[in-house]
Write a protein that binds this ligand. Sequence first.
Ligand code: NAP
Length: 281
Amino acid sequence: MEQRYFGPTKREVAVIGQGTWYIEDGNRKTVIAGLRRGLDLGATHIDTAEMYGSGAAEEIVGEAIAGRRNEVFLVSKVLPSNASRRGTIAACERSLAHLKTDHLDCYLLHWSGSFPLEETIAAFEQLQSQGKIMSWGVSNFDVSELEEVRSVAGEGRLVCNQVLYHLKERAIEHGVLPWCERYGVAVVAYSPFGHDDFPRPGSSGGRVLQEIADAHGATPRQVALRFLIRRPSLFTIPKASNAEHAAENAGAGELRLTEAEVARIDGAFPRGPKPRSLPML
Ligand SMILES: NC(=O)c1ccc[n+]([C@@H]2O[C@H](COP(=O)([O-])OP(=O)(O)OC[C@H]3O[C@@H](n4cnc5c(N)ncnc54)[C@H](OP(=O)(O)O)[C@@H]3O)[C@@H](O)[C@H]2O)c1
């Protein structure tokens, strides 16, 4: 599995990780076997959140990583509705208890909400100084929100922005991705298969993925994942509910695409126009 420095941290992290949204809906044993198979294959970045199953996903992750905590780059998220200074600290304590661990490798604000960022960031800094989190980041932040983080926290504190990014949704390439690259912030692509909207085999884009996959003895999903991590700032966290899917996804960590193949995928799934800026209110 290829690893890269995760933003400004000194930590190398697997380019392909594992998501956990809705894992509580699957068969518990099968899901845990899937997460463990992913770990065996180096997909050691595990992403969860207090929101997922209201703590149920974190509990399953806790069971899956029992005895293997040191292998894992463990990420969880605080809900914006809990992200006051005290609320963030309490939410983190709950997540640690669910996950049966004493620290997170990275703790994220799930999306921006109504509590002032100063409060959430002060809580993150306190948690980090206590060793309960090793780093912190955000999720679903646009460029103006990222600028606000920079003005509150200074440079080098924010380590990642976890954002929607898949073949049919490339809007981050217009602003968020360049901003993160300029400031050395890791970009974690969530819903890399469009949640449940992967290009169908018979579609024109699906055929392109299949042809490239055939040339490498790989699968279309592996090709898609590799495209999404084609820049050094990028990571991704596909969710799988069983060992077969987890193994297929982790296999993308070994695949390498040529420049011509990347260009072909780029053409088959164009990033689309820059979103028009919102009218002044
Ligand atoms: N920060 C945020 O706001 C946010 C939002 C959304 C997601 N996320 C994170 O990103 C993770 C991934 O996103 P996602 O869960 O929305 O969707 P996703 O990873 O794009 O897609 C998951 C779907 O793909 C299927 N799948 C996975 N691997 C497969 C394979 N090898 N072959 C066939 N099907 C496969 C899964 O089926 P099975 O379950 O049957 O394996 C599931 O139906 C989440 O789990 C979560 O951790 C974060």
